[in-house]
Structure formats: structure tokens, C-alpha cells
Write a protein that binds this ligand. Structure first.
Ligand SMILES: [Zn+2]
Length: 496
């Protein structure tokens, strides 16, 4: 046995020198595999203290969603897509993340983001309250508030930012600064509830306390009283008479409501930006006056970098989740590409020596890929057959047993079910599955065919990937619980 191991080690060490007996040694695939080994051997661990931490969360972007984003981005560049490498996929370290909540096999975005921001798993639909809190129960708030990573970072002299394409009071960004028994208490709490404020009020409280310095995203309506105009052209939603935007301005916080304003904002002061009354636009629909996720990322990094002690910045691609809920795979992929662009920019603007960048998702969706499609089959369209010769798919569509084609991307449940409600109230598909043409399938507004009828497609409990680089990124390894993410961020910023 000992002898066998020694011989194997020599063969490995010899690399291509021993490859003359391997028939496929000249294959590009073989050589790329050898190069990968060399790259792994050359890896060194970064044990610097992390000055900055950037936590990227593409909401609802699990391994399957990430796969379709990869193929979409690669095909947009004219390739087949499979071999395309998204910026985060070139990061040196990877873990798989278990996303369940304390009491939920299928998680929601509140406790998942909360787990990343506090180091403990949380309960379904709650944000940053301990395991004894109860959903919607104000009486259980006191005594169950958890300490936030943003609070620890503020104590360490760092600045904090939250950037999102969703509402700033939505679950993922709220987990940076808020503690609430109900993720939906965005602009009000039940009558008589004094143990906590609504999430919007908590956000401005955090900006006043200095535990949140940059907040960019959507959701102005929750910061403006009912009936009053918002800076984004709509009307406010708050049942109280408090104008939180005016309050923020009174605190000296720069307020901006479009891309021009964001570009013009000074870097060295707190910034609050809303681009919309509710969620910001899908990337596919975004007007030029609205900043992209990459635009927000750049400004947030510039502003937070003026603090020489460093910063913690959470950046969410919130609308990947919404497009998946709508079984609108194309918009999900386009937002996935915008997310990857923001990751690339953040990586470019920061130094691996002092900045830990984590790219992950909070949970996956009930999305899956159908087969068997040939190489280069458009990921946003119908499944084309594998060609016997060459590489690219044949011109033949793959047909299901009903003789009809199907899209590569499918969802298990959602509003676009093939089971349609009939006049008698029953859900059936009397004419079978609808025919789909490639033109229909590739339309921006196409909703994938779905089995189980549900007004909004659901999340799934499947693991998500986590990619990391920078100080202590190597602590991400194997299959981990979601709350471990906090512990790596906390260790990296306190090391040495
Ligand atoms: Zn969701």
C-alpha cells in the first residue's frame, strides 16, 4: 500500500511528463484539467485582517438559478454558455449553504438574511429576533433582539451600507439594520405595539445612530405619509404623519432619488437613495434615470471607502427572486447578469488583500432545467436535440410524450400552471399542455410552463452556493449552515 501511494505521488508530480502514455493527453480538456491542478497547488491562504466585508446576496439565486444565469451571460457573448465563467465563479473558495430556518424546511428571505447578519438561525418571517420570538407577536420582541453584524462593525469604527433593487425595507436589506416580529411591518406595527418600531422607522433610526451610513434602493412610499407625494412620483403609504425622508434630511443625510442625484452626491457623508415607490425596476425594464445595481455598488463602495477603518456592505439583487416568483425566467436571468456585473465591479474597486467578498444567495426557487438539450440550446428558449456530429445542437426540437416541445427552464409551481381553473372550479388541462413556439418562449414576458397552480411560485429548500475571496475566504469550505457566514465575516474582521 505504501509503495502504491508513493508511485501515485510521483505520477502526479510528474504531470505532463508522464502523460505520453495517456492517449488523450493532447486534448484541450485534458490540458485545462492539468492547469487547474497547478492553479489549486499555487493557492495561498490570505490571513490578513479584513478591513472591508462585502456580502453579495442574489435573492432566490440558488444553484439552478445560477446555472441559467451562467448560460444566459455566456450566450449573450456569443458562446454556448456552458463554459462561460461568471465573475464570482472565478473566486478561489466555495461552500454549499443549507438555508432552512428554525421552523421552516423551505426558507423565506427574512430569517435567511438574518442568519447571515447575526450568526444564528431564525424563525420563518421574522428578522433578527431570537428563537423564542413568535411571528407577528409584538409582546415577544423585548428580550429577544439579537446583536447585528452592522452594530459590531460600527463599534469597530467601520461604516455600513445596504444596497438593493428591492425595497430598502424588504427582508434582505432590513436584516442589516432591523429587528422585527414580522417582515411585513414595513411602515407600521399593530396598534398597541410599542416594543418595536416599523422597519422604515428603524432604518432612519439606524442612520441617525450611525449603524447604517449608505442606503440605496427602492421603497420610498413607506417613508412618506399616506396621501403625500413621494420624490418618485407616487404617493406615500405611511399611516402615521411622519415624513421619514424629511427626518433624514434634517439629520444631514444626503437624499437622492435618481441616477443623476446619486452621481452628484458627495462621497464622504451618509447617503439615502430611493429610485421608486416600491421595488426598483427589473434590469430589463430599468430607465436610464435609475441607477443599475452596479451603479449603486460603485457609489456605495466609494462613499464607504472614505472611512479609513473600512466598511461592511450588503448588496442584494432583489428582483431575481421576484422574476422567479413570477416564473419569468428571462427577467431573472437578466437580473442575474446585472448582479454578476456588480460583483465584477466591486472586485475591481477593492483589494483582495483587505477586502473579503462573499457572493451567495439566501435560498433557491422551485426551478429546474429540462433535458436532454444539445450544446448551445438557448437557455431562454425551447430544448433542441443533441447532434450526433459536431458540438452544437441539431435543428430538431426535443418533444415530450405529448408530441409538444418544452422550454429548457421550468418551474414546479406558479401562476403559469398548465392546470387552468375551469368554470366548475376544478383545475385541469382539457386540451393538454399548450404548444409553445421559440418566439413565444424567448419573449421577455414569457412565463414558463408549470405543473402545480399557485398564484406565486415558491422558494425551495435546496442548498445555495457561496463564492468567496479575500481575507479568510478559505474558511468557507464544505457544506455549511447559513449562519456560519456571519462567523467567517466576524472572524475575518477581528483576526490578528
Ligand atoms: Zn421570495
Amino acid at each position: 500500500m505504501r509503495h502504491f501511494i508513493a508511485v501515485s505521488a510521483i505520477a502526479l508530480a510528474a504531470g505532463s511528463a508522464g502523460a505520453q502514455e495517456i492517449a488523450q493527453a493532447d486534448s484541450d480538456w485534458y490540458k485545462a484539467g492539468q492547469e487547474r491542478i497547478q492553479a489549486e497547488l499555487a493557492k495561498t491562504q490570505n490571513t490578513n485582517k479584513a478591513r472591508n466585508v462585502i456580502l453579495f446576496v442574489a435573492d432566490g439565486n440558488g444553484v439552478a438559478s445560477n446555472y441559467m444565469n451562467r448560460l444566459y451571460a455566456g450566450q449573450m457573448e456569443g458562446g454556448m454558455g456552458d463554459d462561460y465563467v461568471q465573475p464570482q465563479e472565478a473566486f478561489p473558495y466555495l461552500a454549499l449553504v443549507k438555508t432552512y430556518n428554525i421552523n421552516a424546511q423551505t426558507p423565506d428571505s427574512a430569517p435567511t438574511a438574518g442568519a447571515m447578519n447575526t450568526g444564528v438561525k431564525q424563525r420563518f418571517n421574522l428578522i433578527n429576533l431570537g428563537e423564542n420570538a413568535i411571528h407577528g407577536d409584538c409582546a415577544k420582541v423585548s428580550g429577544n433582539e439579537l446583536t447585528l453584524f452592522s452594530e459590531l462593525m460600527t463599534e469597530a469604527g467601520k461604516s455600513v451600507g445596504a444596497v438593493t433593487t428591492a425595497r430598502l425595507t424588504h427582508a434582505t436589506p432590513a436584516a442589516v439594520y432591523a429587528k422585527t416580529a414580522n417582515r411585513n411591518w414595513e411602515d407600521s406595527v399593530p396598534e398597541g405595539c410599542t416594543a418595536q418600531a416599523d422597519i422604515a422607522t428603524q432604518m432612519i433610526d439606524a442612520m441617525e445612530a450611525g449603524t447604517l451610513d449608505v442606503a440605496l434602493g427602492g421603497g420610498a412610499r413607506y417613508f412618506v405619509p399616506k396621501g403625500m407625494g413621494t420624490p418618485n412620483g407616487g404617493t406615500g403609504h405611511r399611516p402615521d404623519d411622519v415624513n421619514l425622508i424629511d427626518r433624514a434630511k434634517g439629520l444631514g443625510i444626503q437624499f437622492v432619488h435618481d441616477k443623476a442625484g446619486l452621481d452628484a452626491a458627495a462621497d464622504n457623508a451618509p447617503i439615502l437613495g430611493f429610485w421608486s415607490d416600491s421595488h426598483a425596476s427589473y434590469e430589463a425594464d430599468r430607465p436610464e434615470t435609475e441607477p443599475s445595481l452596479a451603479d449603486m455598488t460603485a457609489k456605495a463602495i466609494e462613499a464607504l471607502s472614505t472611512n479609513e477603518n473600512g466598511f461592511y456592505l450588503e448588496i442584494e439583487a432583489g428582483r431575481v427572486d421576484h422574476a422567479n416568483h413570477a416564473t419569468n425566467a428571462k427577467r431573472a436571468m437578466i437580473d442575474g447578469k446585472a448582479f454578476a456585473d456588480a460583483v465584477a465591479l466591486a472586485d475591481e474597486m477593492t483589494d483582495d488583500a483587505d477586502t473579503l467578498i462573499i457572493v451567495t444567495a439566501d435560498h433557491e426557487h422551485a426551478v429546474a432545467m429540462n433535458g436532454y438539450c444539445g450544446r448551445g440550446t438557448p437557455i431562454d428558449g425551447l430544448c433542441f436535440d443533441v447532434a450526433k456530429q459536431g458540438i452544437e445542437h441539431s435543428d430538431e426540437l426535443v418533444l415530450a410524450d405529448d408530441g409538444k416541445p418544452f422550454t429548457v427552464v421550468g418551474y414546479l409551481n406558479g401562476a403559469s400552471s398548465v392546470m387552468v381553473k375551469q368554470d366548475d372550479g376544478r383545475f385541469t388541462a382539457p386540451d393538454g399542455r399548450p404548444e409553445i413556439t421559440q418566439e413565444q418562449a424567448q419573449d421577455l414576458d414569457y412565463n414558463q410552463q408549470v405543473l402545480i397552480p399557485k398564484d406565486s411560485e415558491s422558494h425551495s429548500g435546496v442548498d445555495v452556493a457561496l463564492y468567496a475571496k479575500g481575507p479568510w475566504a478559505h474558511l468557507f469550505d464544505g457544506t455549511i449552515e447559513q449562519n456560519v457566514i456571519f462567523h467567517v465575516m466576524n472572524y475575518a474582521t477581528n483576526a490578528n
